[in-house]
Design a binder for this molecule. Structure first.
Ligand code: GAL
Length: 695
């Protein structure tokens, strides 16, 4: 499915490795900066992101700019042959600015101006802030936009949040006017006759009115659009004055409140900040690893098709100050970084290169510690990782190739969040549900592309639609075309309940014609509680060849009716006994599956294995065998080259069979033979010699 990717930085044939570099914190101690330049080479890092929180050094007083110190740093970095990702500093304002222009600060849900001591809390529509940002970015681009060290622009930092000031709320009303044109149309979309909330004037539309779930969804859309709009505002002078330097920002993976699929349209390269917080000694790490892999598969495909991307931030030792402190045992850091490469990243950077002496992040993991800079475990692990990257850099130019797509939409998350009377979504439920579907593929080394429902999925052999609660206009039609044309799709319960305005479909459930496509009507939804023992069993002689099994539903179940569909599994206990739990339906040349309940791990695995078998999907091992527990294999390939990343997320040593004619360990050059031993948290990269597709 992928085009051949090119290097992230033209002419740079190394995997990017480096981190956030804050010389602005050390201007008073220049020998530290000298030491940094010595240590960059000692650690083997090649890329530094610079100036992310440097505004008070760049503009020490209103209208007074000092870029000379930055110029000297960039010159030195260029001379040292390092790549610079130059930041715009808008993630944090200097204190003088909020003191002089309080409007630059956000207003919270209680109507209070936020405190100036925090970062990432500027008002999206403040004319003063926009003006200051535009001026700053213009000056930065004029001065450094063609500097030989500057290879990318890092816009702001981790965009997030909402502002409830009068201007932003007024902007919301304008946004609604543009979207709906008339008040009648908004009244219809927001279903305002509920509790007599009919709007008679635009000014009555209150973003905090949680009783109207259509309104709640629109507010989320608007708040996310404000981020896009602000990003575009920041990027404009950079693109104009520095046209050959790609512009991007650092994302936060599956962060709920910005629609990254929309924002991605403006990003030249996708970069992520990843803090999975691996708990090495607990079995929990495997679930964490699967979720991280899922996230990486989404990031690779964020722009609608697989593309090379990279990690902008990660934590070297596990101490990311804002999370529980789980130090990474030796090995785990390399595994965490290689995991990103395994899913298509062409580099990994840290927050932070050097730990500051003060501030609340002074104990946060860093390559360089406060004392004994070259003797620390962090420094040694980073240096060793640089050497490993040198050995495996030939993976650049390859990417993961998938026959399976999973769909994941931000708006669907927001719509479900706003719903009452459905099993509670705490913000993680939809992700956990998607990852539960993903597990069967991860454990077999089958690549999955995670796409938005608006992306093109027509070329995949199998599409999984996990709880896509809201259907975007035109999606159902495209899905039907895909299936009629021979595609296979599996929908899980609660897919297709509302339309794009968060109103329930009336033509069926799943709506917009999907009831007819799946041959299933979903009538009721319930939640499994500890006292619910809802068993699900296979129907004997079913056409999918599902073996006779019984499993348990956990999470959500639904009561469905087969309307033309064949029942493959049915509930086997309680009042639902005998009613359908998994149905399949032929539609044109293709096939649909509707899974009514959240089956336990063994049940899901059986279902997906049977579909994979019938659909001819290949795993890493013959017959789609399961990899050892805690192990996954991810493949990158291109033009006859294929690399397998074998990763062990467990603390036990594992032996991973290598099928076909084996492979060669990229780092040692040793042949793998028929199998590879992976110690606890170990990763190996094999160049696979297979000429035919992996069995
Ligand atoms: C990130 C942020 C960094 C740093 C880091 C600490 O979210 O972008 O500036 O605060 O967290 O983990």
């Amino acid at each position: 499915m992928n085009k051949s990717p090119r290097a992230l930085i033209p002419g740079c044939d190394d995997l990017l490795h480096g981190g956030d570099y804050n010389p602005d914190q050390w201007l008073g101690i220049p020998e530290v900066i000298d030491e940094d330049f010595r240590l960059f080479d000692a650690a083997g890092v090649n890329t530094l992101s610079v100036g992310i929180f440097a505004w008070s050094r760049l503009e020490p007083a209103d209208g007074v700019y000092d870029f000379d110190w930055l110029g000297r740093i960039l010159d030195r970095l260029a001379a040292a042959g390092k790549n610079v990702i130059l930041a715009t500093p808008s993630g944090a304002r200097p204190l003088w600015m909020a003191q002089r222009y309080p409007e630059v600060l956000r207003v919270d849900r209680q109507g209070r101006r936020e405190t100036p001591v925090l970062r990432h809390n500027h008002c999206w529509s403040s004319a003063v802030y926009r003006g200051k940002v535009r001026e700053m970015n213009t000056r930065l681009a004029e001065r450094f936009g063609r500097h030989p060290a500057v290879k990318m622009w890092h816009v702001s930092n981790e965009f997030s949040g909402e502002c409830l000031c009068e201007r932003c709320v007024g902007g919301f009303h304008d946004w609604l006017k543009e979207r709906y044109r008339t008040l009648d149309a908004v009244n219809a979309a927001h279903w305002t006759d509920f509790w007599a909330h009919r709007y008679t004037d635009w000014s009555q539309i209150n973003p905090l009115d949680f009783t109207l779930d259509g309104l709640a969804l629109d507010w989320r859309r608007y708040a996310s659009w404000q981020v896009e709009d602000f990003y575009a505002w920041e990027a404009e002078p950079l693109r104009r004055l520095s046209p050959s330097v790609p512009v991007l920002t650092n994302l936060m993976g599956l962060f709920e409140w910005v629609d990254y699929h929309k924002l991605a349209r403006q990003l030249d390269i996708v970069a992520d900040d990843s803090y999975p917080g691996y708990v090495a000694d607990s079995p929990e790490i495997v679930a964490q690893a699967m979720e991280t892999s899922f996230k990486f598969d989404l990031l690779r495909c964020l722009k609608g098709e697989p593309r090379a991307w990279f990690l902008m931030e990660s934590c070297i030792d596990g101490n990311s100050v804002w999370k529980p402190l789980h130090l990474k045992p030796p090995g785990l850091h390399h595994l965490e970084m290689f995991q990103a490469l395994a899913h298509g990243a062409d580099g990994t950077l840290y927050f932070q290169w050097r730990k500051g002496r003060g501030g609340v992040e002074k104990y946060h993991g860093g390559v360089v510690h406060h004392t004994h800079p070259e003797e620390t475990r962090s420094f040694k692990e980073v240096s060793a990782l640089s050497r490993r990257y040198e050995q495996v850099k030939q993976v650049i130019g390859t990417l993961n190739r998938a026959d399976v797509a999973m769909l994941f939409d931000w708006e669907s998350r927001w719509a479900y969040r706003a719903a009452k009377g459905l099993p509670k979504n705490d913000g993680t439920m939809l992700v956990r549900h998607a990852v539960a579907q993903y597990e069967a593929f991860w454990r077999r080394g089958i690549t999955v592309d995670v796409l938005a429902s608006g992306h093109d999925f027509s070329g995949y052999k199998f599409v999984v639609v996990p709880r896509l609660y809201l259907l975007q206009p035109g999606f159902a039609e495209r899905l039907k075309d895909y299936v009629r044309g021979g595609g296979w799709v599996l929908l899980t319960a609660l897919t297709g309940m509302v339309d794009e305005t968060n109103l329930c479909w009336r033509d069926g459930c799943p709506g917009d014609g999907l009831e007819e496509m799946t041959g299933v009507w979903m009538e009721e939804v319930g939640e499994c509680f500890p006292e619910t023992e809802l068993r699900v069993g296979t129907v004997e002689g079913n056409s999918l060849g599902l073996p006779l099994v019984e499993c348990v539903a956990e999470g959500i179940y639904s009561r469905i009716h087969a309307r033309g569909a064949e029942v493959l599994m049915s509930y086997a206990s309680g009042w639902l006994a005998g009613t359908p739990a998994l149905c399949t339906h032929g539609c044109g040349a293709g096939r649909t599956f509707f899974l009514a309940a959240d089956l336990d791990r063994s049940g899901l695995d059986r279902v997906y294995e049977a579909i994979m078998r019938r659909r001819g999907l290949k795993g890493f091992l013959p017959e789609r065998g399961l990899l050892p527990p805690g192990v996954t294999v991810q493949l990158r390939e291109s033009d006859g080259r294929r690399y397998g990343f074998l990763m062990n997320f467990s603390k036990e040593t594992k032996c991973v069979p290598v099928p076909g004619s084996g492979g060669r360990d990229l780092e040692t050059g040793m042949p793998s033979g028929g199998g590879v031993k992976l110690d606890a948290w170990e990763v190996k990269v094999l160049e696979l010699r297979m000429t035919k597709p992996v069995e």
